[in-house]
Design a protein around this ligand. Structure first.
Ligand code: GLA
Length: 382
């Protein structure tokens, strides 16, 4: 007999902007992201037909799987892989998946380096759990595992972690080795402004994989002399000066070692209210991504450089995986409106593209947004 519809619940998980520490997560270093108030929302409607249905507001096609097929489902190179990957990870951890329809909507712009995929993973995991308890670190880990193993993207844990642990009004410094974090307040009078270049170069995913393996090569070179070294987190600039390795591999490692140092320096500078130092660290981080890690592109290099010529801008750098997406800018709050006008004008004059700009409001981490009274039978159809 069909199970009666019993409830509708909605779960929310935010996207993020990373302030500093890029590609350091899978090298077990530090990162400093902020959870956005832009989020993905997943509404769960219980169904009685033994199937998991997915319906995305942005991509209107209804997809479904028999619940008992989920454990053996294969990736389709489709947005649904994020959800099915998460379902598989839950099943592996002993959670059953109840037949239901997940209605998905998101205000995290896709392909812009603001982690729309992690937001979808985390919101889907909570929706599939339907209120069952889970350890928060475990939740972040299983969502990352879904992306690594099912989607096939060897990402680190930053995006999923901050989507779970985001703090209203603050950044979160994550130690990607211990998986602990601390909350970091930015000084008064400075706003975090995101500028979306609206470009995303295809290179992104394959270059990400290349960087992961170049970092592993650097670790192997250092391990030859220092077998105790586990990851680039343990590597120092002195190691890089002393140990022979291909020049390109050395530059990749140098970005990771210095950007992880920059996270700590930035957090200390923020505690002292030293805006000038915070800004310089942003600029150094961008240059390191541009020349050593080689993950920027002409459009975001332009945005980062142009920003620094605009009054009120304290620091600017690309944020996220790279090859397009967004820059993150520290702007004196009273200059935000003039900065926004000027960066949009300059970018459109040079590239003919209308950049979109928003001021970051740090939102809280993932959770349930509302519970409503039981639905009528009419909503069986979703
Ligand atoms: C992507 C990945 C993250 C992280 C960033 C770069 O967003 O998903 O794990 O590596 O790139 O910092």
């Amino acid at each position: 007999m069909a199970e009666p519809v019993s409830f509708v619940r909605t779960f929310r998980a935010p996207g993020r902007v990373n302030l500093i520490g890029e590609h350091t997560d899978y090298n077990l270093g530090y990162v400093l992201p902020i959870a956005l108030n832009l989020a993905t929302y997943v509404e769960v409607h219980r169904r009685g037909d033994g199937r998991l249905h997915l319906l995305s507001e942005q991509k209107p096609e209804e997809l479904s799987w028999a619940v008992e097929e989920l454990a053996g489902a294969q990736p389709r190179k489709h947005w649904s892989d994020y959800v099915i990957g998460v379902a598989q990870q839950l099943i592996r951890r002993g959670y059953s998946i109840a037949p239901c329809l997940l209605k998905i909507r998101s205000d995290v712009p896709e392909g812009s380096g603001l982690s729309s995929s992690a937001a979808l993973e985390v919101a889907s995991a909570l929706a599939l759990l339907g209120g069952r308890a889970i350890d928060k670190v475990e939740l972040a880990k299983l969502c990352r595992a879904a992306e690594n193993e099912f989607v096939g993207m060897p990402c680190g844990i930053m995006d999923q972690y901050v989507s779970v642990f985001g703090e209203r009004g603050a950044a979160v410094q994550i130690d990607c080795r211990t998986l602990e974090h601390r909350v970091v307040q930015l000084p008064e009078g400075v706003s975090v402004v995101v500028v979306n270049s609206k470009v995303k170069h295809e290179l992104g995913n394959s270059a990400y994989r290349d960087r992961v393996s170049e970092c592993a090569m650097a670790v192997a070179a250092v391990q030859h002399w220092h077998p105790e070294v586990q990851s680039l987190r343990d590597v120092t600039l002195q190691h890089l000066a002393d140990i022979p390795m291909p020049e390109l591999v050395m530059r990749r490692a140098r970005h990771i070692v210095t950007d992880t140092m920059r996270v700590e320096l930035f957090v200390n500078a923020a505690a002292r209210g030293n805006l000038r130092e915070m800004g310089m660290l942003f600029v150094d981080s961008h240059r390191s991504m541009q020349h050593d890690y080689e993950i920027t592109c002409a459009e975001v290099d332009f945005l980062a450089e142009a920003a620094m010529e605009i009054p009120g801008c304290i620091g600017a750098r690309m944020t996220g995986g790279g090859f397009g997406g967004c820059t993150v800018n520290l702007v004196a709050t009273e200059y935000v409106a003039s900065f926004t006008r000027e960066i949009v004008n300059r970018y459109s004059e040079r590239w003919g593209i209308e950049a979109s700009v928003f001021v970051v409001e740090a939102g809280e981490g993932a959770g349930e947004v509302r519970s409503v009274e039981p639905e009528g039978a009419g909503s069986l159809a979703g």
